[in-house]
Write a protein that binds this ligand. Sequence first.
Ligand code: CA
Ligand code: CA
Length: 231
Amino acid sequence: MHNIMEILSLVLVSSLTIHFTQAADKHVYSYPYEFIFRDAKKTWWQARDDCRGFKAELVKVDSADITKMLVDNYAGDPHLWIGASDVVEGQWIWMDGSDASYDANWTHNQPDNYGGYEDYAIIFSNGKWGDLGGESLNTFVCQKGPVYSNMYELAFREEMLNWTDAKVECEKANETLAKIDSADLNSLITQNMQSKVNRWFGANDIELEGGWKWHDGTSVPFRGSTQYQKW
Ligand SMILES: [Ca+2]
Ligand SMILES: [Ca+2]
């Protein structure tokens, strides 16, 4: 009986552990970036390395849009690490070395370099910043972008052209009309269609009526196909 209890408690402990370590990261797509709200508390340096594991960096809060996105998606922690630091005291820089002082939105009495060692920036739920020592544990936001940087970049062209001319325009710029072959890409494009209602993309049945193809010659899946299509 004792053994059974022991086994049961082990099973309970291990299932709790599995539950506890399942990351509930939040991904926010805002063209051309992906922001990852990590469900983990880390030192600033651990957070930086964690982001790099996603081929990302700690978030660069260099626009009102990004500040708003952070505030809107705030997970409820008191503050989040961002990618600004002043290892050289008073010279705040981003991960890419660019000047962060113009973007800074310090809250009252910050940065105060309290204790002489606060060299890393946090953002509060109201969008204001503070400085903290790098060893304190905080959740953080990684920024990855352009979202599909290892595959392609999207360009939204505003000229009104017929399909053939649009294709030629793209080719002149070493681009192709979009091949929308995933739900992610379809929603990324529709989210970022700001001005005009309709846009050309790369599907066509020029060669054979009903034989829809992409520019690279591969077939556009038929309605009802298990491959991505949205007829
Ligand atoms: Ca400092
Ligand atoms: Ca401080």
